[in-house]
Design a binder for this molecule. Structure first.
Ligand code: 5GP
Length: 197
């Protein structure tokens, strides 16, 4: 008699990746791309991370981030409430686990905009996730964008540029690279990868 498997649900081979991770060096324009994408497709759900960084002018709690204290972040980590977290340029950032799980269970596409360390952690825990790398058109352009943003002190910019060198070297770990020459084009390409449009 042929062996039968019980208690396992066969996974169809054409299952679409529902979780997409967008990563790339600080200053490359990840949040601009995501903001544009959501303007065109407001139904695309983006995870809101928790961070110990202080809000920049115009940033609001619960919109760009959940701005929390060090103690609050410690608690989120201790309680296992973060899907992944990393320290980046002197602050901690993490993805709330529950909200992501709820959306994935509902079969909705989920987008995470996180740093390289976070992308690696997601790859480990959710190998089916699709990892997208956003690259700058050139190094000089990245320096220009990071410096020109005017939101960070010189020592912070220095730290972010150091991190950027490491992040750029990791491009090959990603499934796809998008070069940020035009916000509209990259947003469209990202939506296509997420199979939203
Ligand atoms: P910023 O301070 O410029 O908003 O973000 C700094 C870096 O942290 C960016 O590369 C951003 O993608 C990343 N980041 C934002 N949220 C998360 C998160 O939840 N987890 C991880 N690992 N990185 C994050």
């Amino acid at each position: 008699m042929a062996a039968t498997s019980r208690g396992t649900t066969p996974v169809p081979p054409d299952v679409r990746p529902r979780l997409t991770v967008l990563s790339g060096p600080s200053g490359v324009g990840k949040s601009t791309v995501v903001a544009h994408m959501r303007k065109v497709h407001p139904e695309v759900w983006l995870s809101v991370s928790a961070t110990t960084r202080k809000p920049r002018p115009g940033e609001r709690h619960g919109v760009q981030y959940f701005f929390v204290s060090d103690e609050e972040f410690d608690k989120l980590v201790a309680n296992g409430e973060l899907l992944e977290w990393a320290e980046f340029a002197g602050n901690r950032y993490g993805t709330p686990r529950r909200a992501v799980a709820d959306r994935l269970e509902a079969g909705e596409p989920v987008l995470l905009e996180i740093d390289l360390q976070g992308a690696r952690l997601v790859r480990e825990s959710m190998p089916e996730a699709q990892l997208v790398f956003l690259a700058p058109p050139s190094w000089d352009e990245l320096v220009r964008r990071l410096t020109g943003r005017g939101t960070e002190a010189p020592d912070v910019i220095e730290r972010r540029l150091e991190a950027a060198k490491i992040e750029l070297a990791a491009e090959a770990e990603f499934d796809t690279t998008l070069v940020n020459t035009s916000v509209e084009d990259v947003a469209r390409e990202l939506l296509a990868l997420m199979e939203v449009a």
